[in-house]
Design a protein around this ligand. Structure first.
Ligand code: SAM
Length: 335
């Protein structure tokens, strides 16, 4: 007898790429920006995009099907989220993240080869323009991490009586979103960002837009080789970095950061953390494949793995909390 078990999630996975491709192409064509600027009919968009009218109409119908566009009496309009995040002039524009997604999409097409070779897609040189790549990516991460950063600040009780006037180290800070939120919660705290020089220039723009420039210092360089200041910080944030650098470098980074803390100072890992048995459905284990495809030795690490590294670094594990979007924070304290 033929099984009638529901095949919905399998069908979803088979055709999931259609939504991604429609979105990537619309952003590539600056379609949402054109519509926002008033070119909102097929007649106006056809010459602007140098398109075939039938093809353009069908492509835009597809975008309506996905909900990324709306239409009334032949005039196209943008849903609120598309206007907020995908129009180039918006302060919340995440086009860089869409481009990043498209690169990943192309690399994920090589997954079969990656499984055979154990090498990232495109070989060891997959990310030759790494600073440029991160300079774009962190702008999208600023938007997607802002709310989660507030949750982290709450989990760490930043601004509460016992947690003011902190000296904070934002390791691989990117846009500095995590420390920006903390400095806004406590007007007496200050922060230092470590990242590649080009990415630090991006961080400075966000820091300035929050009016926090005079409370920040910077350590530009490669965190795998630079020397960390000793016994300086009350709190170090390691957000979304361990998964990219692999187990050996993560263990060393945690040890370096531990030494840079004052006694009693805390470290907060923020990352995708799968369950210890690596047997639970969810984004952390899928994200691990992304690291397999994109990096030499990246992976997602379990709480048990982090605890081992904490212990070796002279840190005592204090707490684990699930923040938004399956992101976990692990908090430990220098002995
Ligand atoms: C995924 S982003 C995370 C940024 C930020 N922590 C956040 O969560 O939004 C990784 C960051 O690590 C930085 N990074 C990666 N490898 C690095 C290295 N070897 N030295 C310095 N920075 C590095 C990148 O430039 C980027 O800003």
């Amino acid at each position: 007898m033929i099984s009638t078990a529901n095949s919905e999630r399998i069908q979803d996975a088979i055709y999931g790429f259609t939504r991604s491709r429609l979105l990537f192409t619309a952003v590539d064509l600056r379609l949402f920006t054109h519509i926002y600027e008033g070119k909102n009919t097929i007649e106006q968009l056809t010459p602007t995009l140098d398109a075939n009218p039938r093809a353009l109409r069908m492509f835009m119908d597809g975008l309506i099907g996905t909900g990324f566009l709306e239409k009334e009496k032949g005039v196209y309009t943008l849903p609120k989220d598309v206007e907020n995040y995908l129009v180039q002039s918006s302060a919340n524009y995440i086009g860089g993240m869409v481009k990043h997604g498209k690169r990943l999409y192309d690399n994920w097409g090589l997954l079969r080869d990656v499984i055979r070779s154990g090498m990232p897609a495109g070989g060891a040189q997959a990310l030759t323009h790494i600073e440029e790549h991160f300079s774009e990516l962190v702008k999208g991460l600023y938007v997607s991490n802002f709310k989660t950063a507030q949750e982290l600040a709450t989990a760490l009780a930043i601004g509460d009586e016992q947690n003011t006037e902190l000296n904070i180290l934002d390791v691989a800070g990117g846009s500095a979103v995590w420390s920006i939120v903390m400095l806004e919660k406590d007007p007496k705290s200050q922060a230092t960002v470590i990242d590649y020089p080009r990415v630090i220039e991006v961080a400075k723009e966000y820091i300035q837009s929050h009016g926090l420039s005079d409370r920040y210092s910077y350590i530009p360089g490669d965190l795998e080789v630079l020397k960390f200041p000793e016994s300086q910080y009350d709190l170090a944030i390691l957000a979304n970095i361990c998964h990219a650098i692999g187990p050996e470098a993560s263990e060393k980074l945690i040890a370096d950061v531990a030494k840079s803390l004052k006694p009693g100072g805390r470290i907060a890992i923020v990352d995708f953390v799968p369950d210890d048995g690596r047997s639970r459905q969810g984004w952390p284990l899928i994200f691990g494949v992304n690291m397999l495809i994109s990096t030499d030795s990246g992976d997602v690490f379990t709480q048990a793995q982090y605890k081992t590294w904490f212990e070796k670094a002279g840190l005592t594990f204090k707490d684990a909390k699930e923040l938004e979007s399956e992101v976990t924070t692990l908090i430990a304290q220098r002995n």
